[in-house]
Write a protein that binds this ligand. Sequence first.
Ligand code: PEP
Ligand code: MN
Length: 245
Amino acid sequence: MNLKNIDKFMIAGPCSIESFEQLLSTARHVKSCGANILRGGAYKPRTSPVSFQGLREEGLKILKEVKEIVNLPVITELMDPRDLKKVYDVADIIQIGSRNMQNFTLLKEVGMQDKPVMLKRGISATIKEWIGASEYISNEGNKNIIMCERGIRTYNDYTRNTLDLAAVPIIKSKTDYKVIVDPSHGTGLRELILPMTKASFALDADGVMIEVHPNPKEALSDGDQSLDFKQFEFLMKNLNEAKFI
Ligand code: PEP
Ligand code: MN
């Protein structure tokens, strides 16, 4: 996948892959609304070990099937270098999650691959640390990097994280990489996703990643920040009308 060919990364899909039907219906819907990349986590980094950890290999299998049916490139998270082959086999873009931003072994491993890597900003990472982490990937040869601002931990506890939108123009000025925003994890609140997405595009972000679920109340992870199908459709219409996409 050549990142240069994509003008705006409209990445959408569930936080976690929960079933074939859940992923297929979401994929069909987000594609029909104009999303150009499908997201879905198979390996989930959860705060508690007793929370749903993802369908793992079964999730990757579902992702592969759905990808072929709907014909959309897919992004999914790699948490452990031991799962690299399995993730590489299905992912068009390999996601490195916030909690692993400074997992240097993992960064070097994806740096040796010939597939794009999306590097999410660490939960408490400074801009300098985030750029340093990207250098662990690029130093191994892989320069196909997308930087994803996903909010950082601050004293503000109204939102799940504090979305640091200043990072967009900063990273754009300091690197050649595409910069996208994840307003879902960045705020944790579905009502803030549309305004923060518009703000991201006003700052010339190269795209957004948004969590969408057929029934957010029943989601096995991140339901509060997931849009339902109607809400995602409304968001995409709104962005089109505002000529952001
Ligand atoms: C995700 O995108 O599914 C995710 C876990 O995000 P983050 O690593 O930003 O918390
Ligand atoms: Mn999530």
